[in-house]
Structure formats: C-alpha cells, structure tokens
Ligand binder design. Structure first.
Ligand SMILES: Nc1ncnc2c1ncn2[C@@H]1O[C@H](COP(=O)(O)OP(=O)(O)OP(=O)(O)O)[C@@H](O)[C@H]1O
Ligand SMILES: [Mg+2]
Length: 502
C-alpha cells in the first residue's frame, strides 16, 4: 500500500486528495506520479477505472506555477463529455493550490469560452477540434505550456485524430513534458506515439487480463431479430441499478431508446448527432438516476466515470477489442463489481474470439433468456420491493386493514395478490428495428486494426451523416464553431466509418 504522502506531494495537494476521499494511491498512480514529477515523458497504461486521471492530474497540477496566470498545461480528450469530466477532476485536485482548469469543447458557445480563456486558467482540457478553432482565432496561446497530456491516447493518435494532434503540438514549445494515458495501447499506436516524445518510459500496470477481474463477462448468441426481446428480458431479470446499452450506429441508438421507452423502461440515447444541450441533459439525467438506461454509441465508451453503472449491454458487438475493453469498463470502476454481456449474431463468433484473445479473458456463454425467466426476475423485484417496505417498518397504519383482510382470505393468497400487483409483467409490445448487418469478417483484420476498415453500406441516416460531414477540407474543418465534430475521427476511411457510427 502506498499513501499519497509517500509520493512527495505538496500539502495543498495532499489536502485536496484527502478531501476527494482517496486513501491510498492506485498502482498506476504509485508508479507514474514520482516519474512524472521529474518531467519524464511517459505512456501510462492501466485497466479502466483505476485512476489514470489523477495519475496524470496530480503531477500536472504540482508542476503549475499558480502565480503565473498563463496556460501551462493542456490535456486533450476525444469527447466533450470526457473533457468536462477530466476538467472537473483537475479542478478538485487543484482546489487548495488555487489552480484553475477550463474545459473547452465543441458545441458550447465559443464567445463564452473566449471570455473564460481571458480569465487566465492554468490548464485547459479540450477536444482537438475546438482547441484548433481557438488556436486559429488566436484566442488560445500555448507558448507557455510545459506539460501536454493525451488522455485516451490510442484513440487520440489513431488515423482520424492524428493530424489535429500534430497541429496542436506544433503550437506547444518543443521542450515540453508529454504524457499519454489509456487502458489500451496497441503496438502500432505506441510506435507512432513515441515520435511525439523524448526518451519515453512505458509504465504498464501488469495484469493478466486487459479488463478488470471484477467485471463478470458473458455473451449471448442470438439472431438479429431476437436481440431486442433478449435485451428487455435480461433487463427484467437483472434489474440493473444503472445500465448502458451500446449500439453500433446513431440510428441504432435512436431506435433502441425509443423501443425501450415503448416497453416501459426509462431510457435516453446519446450520440454525436445530438445537440450538445441534449447530450448534457441526457448525461445529467443518467447521473441523477432519473433515467435508468443510457443507450449510446462508442461516444460514451471512453473514460466516462459514472458511479452506479452496474450493467453494460453490448447490443451490437463492438468493432474491435479495444472498443470492447473501454465499453465494458464503464462498469466495475474503482474496485466495484460490474457485469457486461455482449450479443453476437451467429456469424459474428470470430469477432468474439478475437476479443477474447486480445483481452486474455473468456466470456461465459449465457442462453437467450426465456419469457419465464423474465417473469421470475420481475417477481423477484416485487418481492424485494415488498421486503424493503417491511424493513422500513412504516406500515402501522395498514395493519388494521390487513388483519380484517386476513379474517376473510388466507395469507398465501393475499401475499400472492400483493405480489401480482407489484410485478411489472414483461412487456411484449412489438418492436421493429432496422436490420443491422453482422460485423464483417476481414482477412488480416488484426494487422490492420487502424487502417481501412470498410463495413457494408447501410441506408438511412448513417449514409446521410457521411455526406454531410465526411470529406470536409482542413480549412473548413478548422473554421468556426465546430458543431459535433470533436468526437469524430477524420482523414481516413476509419474517419468516415466511425463518424457514421458515432
Ligand atoms: N486513489 C484513489 N482512491 C480511490 N478512488 C480513486 C483513486 N483514484 C481515482 N479514484 C476514483 O476512481 C474512479 C475512476 O478513476 P478514473 O476515471 O481516473 O479511471 P481511469 O483509469 O481513467 O479509467 P478509464 O480507462 O475508463 O478512463 C474515479 O471515480 C476516481 O475518482
Ligand atoms: Mg480515464
């Protein structure tokens, strides 16, 4: 066990860390903080939910001169929601030192951001598109930046984001300290990353598996047409506290959230085509438990730390093993347990094997849940509800009526009736989802994970996405407000494929 005071931190930081409730450093924090404090360039890899944000946040904040009201550190993140979350965590870590961190991301008023930038933040956390917009407008100067962090580094350095990262780094002094973090770091990306760094140290928290042990992992082989029934039955059986359902495309997410609502679940979707105000609203509602199911594209797969997410459902199998690792990593965080299940159609079994091979972990096969099991699940829920009321003990005013009822009916029949009333019978409202072709099997796929990954053409909204957003020139991309593009990859076929998907 390593305490934070053993890591040589200042009293101000120790105070904030204590305030955040962190008692001991996680392995990645223990291993990276002292090295990072010395200014060594590093790549930090550790499983999802193991505290990588503080692993870079603590040394970054230690190195900031609070009196100099200049931007001294920049953190880049692939999605807006993650930029906001990391910004919040850095503000907590820096609170007693007086360090101000500002998130800047697309979809938020640029005028407001320009104003906020004038207030002299010490650190900015941004999505690449919006950071470049500010650089071009000369509203963001990075000449005093001494520390750069790429969170979700493999994602940031894949073919889609790399141009933007290069542009941003050109604006930062070359004598900088660079840190890269992610739960996944494929070899090709690591090689690429080393180009941006000096004498890089790779700090990898050794684990026999790529995913945390505390996440139970299952899969269900199911025909495309039966997936939705399987999903709602599982929800009925498992009654998750909070669940995330991942779909492959934006259309899929829209259709799934609508369908779930039709069957009586409170669900909302999140993807890259929604206005930022809606995305914020949905995420807030999910965090406050006003909705129980978040349906998402891979836009929510990386980095998001939402406590209470107990279940992850991969309604569509993810495109690659890395995406799988990050998606299921939304549960089982900070030592908690979690559950993840992946649906595969019969032709997708090879993708499952690929995931298992890379993660070094087998998923347990689960049968397609039956209607009876769903019914039993709902009954169990009713029993739990009844028992929790009993435990609360606040039933005094009902007792007289209960006694009277028991004079006329036997107790078993009465309790059965109460349970029937409390049980939400599985809803079988017919649902039609647009057919989604199975994930294509590609020859040499493993060697080409970040290259050309064409998938079968689909109709509908996704191809419209492609026409609307694909193939914009750099000039176009780097001008103006930014729209939704922060979360898209660009400049490659993967770009367009992922843009479609998210
Ligand atoms: N030392 C610690 N003790 C207790 N909790 C911690 C500690 N460090 C971080 N946490 C908490 O653990 C949770 C996960 O941390 P974080 O989001 O940084 O994980 P991560 O490794 O970046 O995961 P991902 O790969 O999904 O991005 C957060 O809620 C964070 O506040
Ligand atoms: Mg993280």
């Amino acid at each position: 066990m390593t305490t934070f005071s053993e890591l040589g931190l200042s009293p101000e930081l120790l105070k904030s860390i204590n305030n955040m409730g962190f008692e001991e450093a996680t392995p990645i924090q223990r291993d990276t903080i002292p090295t990072a404090l010395k200014g060594t360039d590093l790549i930090g890899q550790a499983q999802t939910g193991t505290g990588k944000t503080a692993a870079f946040g603590i040394p970054l904040i230690e190195k900031i001169d609070v009196k100099a009201r200049k931007i001294q550190g920049i953190v880049l993140a692939p999605t807006r929601e993650l930029a906001v979350q990391v910004g919040e965590e850095l503000n907590k870590i820096g609170q007693f030192k007086g360090i101000k961190t500002l998130p800047i991301y697309g979809g938020q008023s640029i005028v407001r951001q320009i104003k906020a930038l004038k207030n002299g933040p010490h650190i900015i956390v941004g999505t690449p598109g919006r950071v470049i917009d500010h650089i071009n407008r000369k509203t963001l100067k990075l000449e005093d930046v001494h520390t750069v962090v790429l969170d979700e580094a493999d994602e940031m350095l894949n073919m889609g984001f790399i141009e933007d990262i290069e542009t941003i780094l050109e604006n930062v002094p070359s004598e900088r300290h660079t840190m890269l973090f992610s739960a996944t770091m494929p070899k090709q990306i690591q090689k690429l990353a080393e180009r941006f760094m000096k004498d890089v140290l790779v700090i990898r928290v050794k684990a026999s598996e790529m995913t945390v042990k505390s996440i139970e992992q299952e899969y269900v082989e199911v025909k495309e047409k039966q997936k939705f029934d399987a999903l709602t039955r599982l929800l009925d059986i498992q009654s998750p506290e909070l669940a995330i359902v991942f779909g492959r495309t934006k259309r899929r997410v829209d259709e799934l959230s609508e369908a779930l609502n039709k069957r009586g679940y409170s669900a909302e979707g999140i993807h890259g085509d929604l206005p930022q105000s809606k995305r914020d609203m949905v995420l807030r509602a999910f965090k406050n438990n006003t909705i129980e199911v978040l349906v998402a594209t891979d836009v929510a797969a990386r980095g998001l730390d939402i406590s209470g997410v107990s279940h992850v459902y991969n309604f569509d199998i993810p495109q690659d093993p890395e995406s799988y690792v990050h998606r299921i990593g939304r549960t089982g965080r900070a030592g908690k347990t979690g559950y993840a299940v992946t649906f595969i159609t019969p032709r997708e079994i090879d993708h499952l094997y690929t995931i298992e091979k890379i993660t070094k972990r087998k998923m347990v096969k689960r049968s397609v849940p039956s209607m009876n099991e769903a019914m039993e699940g709902q009954q169990r829920m009713a029993v739990e509800k009844l028992l929790s009321v009993l435990e609360d003990g606040d039933v005094g005013s009902y007792k007289q009526t209960a006694v009277e009822m028991l004079e006329e009916h036997d107790s078993v029949s009465l309790v059965s009736a109460a349970l029937k009333l409390l049980t939400k019978e599985p809803d079988t409202t017919p649902i039609e989802l647009t057919f989604e072709p199975p994930l294509a099997v590609k020859k040499g796929r493993r060697d080409n994970r970040y290259g050309d990954r064409k998938r079968p053409q689909r109709g509908g909204s996704d191809s419209r996405d492609k026409r609307r957003t694909g193939g914009r020139s750099d000039k176009q991309r780097h001008q103006g407000g930014g729209g939704n593009r922060d979360m898209s990859y660009r400049a490659s076929k993967r770009t367009r494929e992922d843009k479609k998907a998210r």
